[in-house]
Ligand binder design. Sequence first.
Ligand code: ISL
Length: 559
Amino acid sequence: MSRNWWKESVVYQIYPRSFKDTTGDGIGDIPGIIEKLDYIKSLGVDVIWLCPVYESPNDDNGYDISNYRKISKDFGGQEVFETLLEQMHKRGLKLVMDLVANHTSDEHSWFKESKKSKDNPYRDYYIWKDGKGNGPPTNWTSFFNGSAWEYDEDTQQYYLHYFTKKQPDLNWENPKVRREIFDVMEYWFKKGVDGFRMDVISLISKPAVFEDSPYPKFQDTIINLYANGPKIHQYLHEMNQKVLSKYDIMTVGEGPGIDLKNGLLYVDEKREELDMVFHFDHLYIDCGEGGKYDPVPYDLPKFKNVFSDWDEALKKGGWGSIFLGNHDFSRMVSRFGNDREYHDASSKLLITLLLTMGGTVYLYQGDEIGMTNVAYPNIGHYNDVETLNAWCEAEKNGQDMDAFLTIVHSQSRDNARTPMQWNDQRNSGFTEGKPWLSINPNYTSLNVAAQETCETSILNYYRDIIQFRKKNSVLVYGDYECLQEEHPQLFIYRRWDEASEFLILHNMSNEPQKFAADLNVERFMLCKTNLENVTQDLFHLHPWQTKILVRVDSSNVVI
Ligand code: ISL
């Protein structure tokens, strides 16, 4: 396995709207990020992945871009972006931008032209089709509910939008479109950006034929129709050859429908496409028949299988990405930990889990202090288009809306989008004005300032484990094996190479557990745990305790 800076990097994801506001308009901005660069550097991370900051009417908070070469004024505009890049590079931090190239905003000049007439030169930058009978061309639905087709009165055709109707899908079949996107990438690389996270890249190649989806479950339509289209690998290879291969940068493709069967095709080094992908096998783990807003319980063995299966699938020549949340899912501690009685321990456990896995680690803003889900009292507080559409759909279907509000509390994307909790002052130190999304009321006790002053805080533990990973490259490049995969409460694995071995134990339950293994306790020694001042019988774990053990004869480890 070749060694590379991006394989060893720890990435910190920023959702700029919610990070830090400096103007008092209630929206986070780039000067806010600049103000916090020393803080970010102090975490020990290497790369910042910045969610979209381009010009956008914000129908989907920046994932609807109206100008790929302009930074939104809401975030501070062009010049301040240059300062950000310069200040980051000065501190040795790299910048990964978000490239949203499956669709644009309907306010992008290409779409405005495209809509004008059937013979406009930009018409086939997008996907226009005649209707069928009195309705749309197919029965396809959008990710955010309702038809994926929107009718245009003037030209009497429908355009395709997998997301909101203000996010028309680009037609990648058209070589001019591909050239435009490649030019955009060149533009940012020449400015010095260090890579791209590519939004829904698995969706850019559309189905060979446009016919009705036979699948009653939307998830099946995604997997079998929308994702991994017939030309996806041709497009990505072309992108790699024409642009990516010329720069020392990193790429990570986001992808609904990327699974164990096709994952390696995207990231196999020999194929020259992308460096990494984000799959969602662990984040869709609790989706029921009706998808994300129809959650079902899941068990730990299933969760562990995802890590083992992906390790196996990518080992033959690809590289993985490790994450437990982002701006589209609920908070990791509320979801996979216990954000009540064991908030501190389980936050630290999940941080340890992330930082002891192989692959590039992606950490989401706020997880360094264990930020949690929010439970707003009513739908009026919510902003996310996915949540609001799911709400309307549930109402239309006559669902019990009190029960649905509880589902929103656990599933809404806004859980991850509440503003950063910097201190216990007004609006958590995020803004002087009215925040665009209400602050989680727990900010009075859960905030950065409080954790800075506490030696044993989640924040300081996070810094420590990042350093621990950095010192021990076996955690990045070593082999992985999960032990007792069927155990319902313990997640235990080995990470090793020729010189050293770590044994990592997580108790992901509210009860104490004993690791009953055929291993000689004497051969191991404790190097890290999230619970100090408790009895430390090596293979015994308190609720939500995590332990990193090292094999005593390991050489080449730094504790
Ligand atoms: O958010 C999801 C589940 O709640 C996903 O289905 C998500 O829509 C999908 O992973 C694509 O996400 C990306 O593209 C969307 C944007 O809304 C998301 O924020 C982005 O991460 C459309 O650009």
